[in-house]
Design a protein around this ligand. Structure first.
Ligand code: DX5
Ligand code: ZN
Length: 216
């Protein structure tokens, strides 16, 4: 079954606990946490302190997407804060294997992510090492942007490589996912759909989540 990972970037930050409890009740599988540093992406969000504060709110995996420069400097802080999955941008990691090894040594699942214009080929040498591959379907930085359909081919490519190589990492998609775009992602091979505005802008989060999941 397709997993849904609501992104709290579009939640009410004054009520994060209640917002998370609401999507947990609504059937979320992961809680997606967008960490932005104002350098790698043109926006600043939250850090390890907030992850630590949110940790007791849910037993669901905290799926932490690091949109920051030098992510290797912050792996242990996010792992100690209670992240379950730490995903780093290939574009920010000149020593990608080293960074992935650092994440796994911290006892956390390791993900790698690429932007829409980054070719999939650069991920091939790391696929054996990762638990998750995240394909951005918007340029990271903000919620509420439009889905870039050209990325669908890359989802298919990664899914094909996974099968050919006999691997079992999850394929996650992030950006502009809603009940309409979700179907193409799932058809292309996505297992986990991140959805920010499509979930949190809805009055009824349970309904929003199940509409996205219906894309299966
Ligand atoms: C974008 C973030 C996304 C964002 C998705 O930089 O990585 O996780 O919250 O938001 P929507 O679903 O509104 O595109
Ligand atoms: Zn994200």
């Amino acid at each position: 079954m397709t997993k849904i990972a609501p992104s709290i970037l579009s939640a009410d930050f004054a009520n994060l606990k209640e917002e998370i409890e609401d999507v947990v009740r609504g059937g979320a599988d992961y809680i997606h946490v967008d960490v932005m540093d104002g350098h790698y992406v043109p926006n600043i969000t939250i850090g390890p302190l907030v992850v630590k504060a949110l940790r007791p709110v849910t037993t669901l995996p905290l799926d932490v997407h690091l949109m920051i420069e030098n992510p290797e400097h912050y792996i242990s802080a996010f792992a100690d804060a209670g992240a379950d999955i730490l995903t780093v941008h290939q574009e920010t990691c000149p020593h990608l294997h080293r960074t992935v090894q650092l994440i796994k040594a911290a006892g956390v699942k390791a993900g790698v992510v690429i932007n829409p214009a980054t070719p999939a080929e650069g991920l091939k040498p790391i696929l054996k090492e990762v638990d998750l591959v995240l394909l951005m379907t918007v340029n990271p930085g903000f919620g509420g942007q439009s889905f870039i359909p050209e990325v669908l081919e890359k989802i298919k490519t990664i899914a094909t490589w996974r099968q050919e190589m006999g691997l079992s990492f999850e394929i996650e998609v992030d950006g502009g996912v809603n009940a309409q775009t979700a179907r193409d992602c799932v058809d292309a091979g996505a297992d986990v759909l991140v959805a920010g505005s499509a979930v949190f802008s809805a009055e009824d989060r349970e309904q929003a989540i199940s509409e996205i999941r219906k894309a299966e």
